[in-house]
Design a protein around this ligand. Structure first.
Ligand code: PLP
Length: 458
């Protein structure tokens, strides 16, 4: 009935933001080698680098932290965590980790290796890196619509089921240790996957006898989209839709820093006892005993409470609406974005926006730097810097060059978002003046975190 986005919470404790000048920001980003990850966060005004671990915890999560029991083994906090996880994801074996990539590292160490291939709708960067680190191949099989930023489609994160079938037929099930589906599809624009698509993927996996895993970081946002967009789901509780998503899979990896509303944590789950045993042994090597896995008891409690809050409809309505609001503002300012707007972020189409900068001169990086210099807004390049370099050292343009403005959960207000829209519009007015970048220093893997850049033409 009313237009205003209603934030279903009041502010209970505040964090100051330090105002900065454009001169200060230009110096700060140059000193960071034009890598947004290299900035001191005090020099950032609105931090949209990631929605990972950056959300505001609720009063009840802080209260749960006081229940944290730090027993090394069998802590009550572990049982609270396990019950909350299994309420939404009823897998038999749950293995806690300090964050999502630790779950990936353990799982792919157990099932990956040379000669293996892991299909996914789109691998997230850490997922791809962990697959490739074992010598296995990571293959992205999102539907063709998922590659066209401007095309409207309700479930652009869907897996191309025919392509999956063809890959399994060609490589043989023995070489495919698991099929992954990422919900929502972060690297493809935060786009959801439909239940219908997941059922079809399940059927292919069954036909070849290959297990299906979810990269479930944004299960609640994906389930909200299913409720909104997939016929027959409009009256269902999000928690029930999440359980159905889980029931279609044999296991999952997740970062608790996303939809579970925690600042740290993750887990790996499976119904396969033998696999769970091998993973637990790896867990003990690097993360810790299987009832805490790299987390403090208090973290386990915060995650348990966050899981319950994550499927609240008022929260999800606000969450998805406020992300769409940013997208609508950018479109009004004439800035091309991935459409429709995803769940946790708005993705600016830097390749279309800065068509005068070739992909190998990193238009996404150029745009992300410009947003920071203009208004202290920190986004994240998701394009050729992140995905362009291959294990053999060669480089090709990524499928898309995007800048992700990820929205931390329950953290910024509508006026912060209005400010971001203004900054983007100001950059758009001078877009033709922006120049590309070259990399002057980079590591062999996950280069976007630490590479240093130089602006082309000085
Ligand atoms: C889809 C997806 N998978 C895995 C991860 C890795 O999680 P973490 O950052 O907790 O290691 C992320 C993090 O952004 C993600 O978005």
């Amino acid at each position: 009935m009313f237009e205003t986005i209603f934030e279903p919470f009041r502010i209970h404790s505040v964090e100051p933001l330090r105002m900065t000048t454009p001169e200060h920001r230009r110096e700060a980003i140059a000193a960071a080698g034009y890598n947004l990850f290299g900035l001191h966060a005090d020099d950032v005004l609105v931090d949209l680098l990631t929605d990972s671990g950056t959300g505001a915890m609720s009063r009840d999560q802080w209260a749960a932290i006081q229940h944290g029991d730090e027993s090394y083994a069998g802590s009550p906090s572990w049982y609270a965590f396990l019950a909350a996880v299994q309420d939404l994801f009823p897998f038999e074996h749950v293995i806690p980790t300090h964050q999502g990539r630790a779950a990936e590292k353990i799982l792919f160490t157990a099932i990956g290796g040379p000669g293996k291939v892991v299909p996914n709708n789109t691998h997230f960067d850490t997922t791809r890196a962990n697959v490739e680190y074992t010598g296995a191949e990571a293959v992205d099989l999102v539907i063709p619509e998922g590659h066209d930023p401007a095309l409207e489609h309700p479930f652009k994160g869907n897996m191309d089921v025919d392509a999956l079938d063809a890959l399994l037929a060609e490589r043989g099930a023995a070489h495919v240790p698991a099929v992954f589906v990422t919900v929502t599809n972060n690297s493809g624009g935060g786009q959801p996957v439909s239940l219908e698509n997941l059922r079809a993927v399940r059927a292919v996996c069954d036909r070849y006898g290959v297990p299906l895993f979810l990269d479930a970081c944004r299960y609640a946002e994906n389930a909200w989209f299913i409720r909104e967009r997939e016929p027959g789901n409009g009256d269902r509780a999000v928690a029930e839709i999440v359980r159905e998503l889980a029931s279609l899979a044999d296991g999952m990896t997740i970062s608790a820093k996303k939809d579970p509303l925690a600042n740290i944590g993750g887990w790996l789950a499976t119904n396969d006892a033998e696999l769970a045993g091998r993973c637990r042994n790896l867990l003990i090597l690097t993360e810790g005993f299987p009832t805490y896995g790299g987390l403090a008891g208090r973290d386990l409690e915060a995650i348990a409470q966050g899981l319950r809050e994550s499927v609240d409809h008022d929260y999800l309505r606000y969450r998805i609406r406020s992300t769409a609001y940013l997208g609508e503002g950018l479109l009004r300012a004439g800035i091309p974005i991935v459409r429709p707007v995803g769940g946790h972020a708005v993705y600016l189409d830097a390749r279309a926006f800065l068509s005068h900068i070739s992909p190998l001169e990193y238009p996404g990086q150029a745009l992300a730097v410009a947003l920071y210099e203009a208004g202290g807004v920190r986004g994240c390049e998701i394009g050729t810097v992140m995905f362009g370099r291959h294990p053999d050292g060669t480089e090709t343009p990524a499928a898309m060059d995007l800048v992700r403005l990820a929205i931390p959960r329950r953290t910024y207000t509508q006026s912060h978002v209005d400010y971001v829209i203004e900054v983007c519009a100001a950059v758009a007015a001078h877009a033709h003046e922006l120049r590309g970048f070259r990399i002057v220093e980079q590591p062999a893997q996950l280069r976007h975190f630490t590479a240093r850049f130089e602006r082309i033409g000085g």
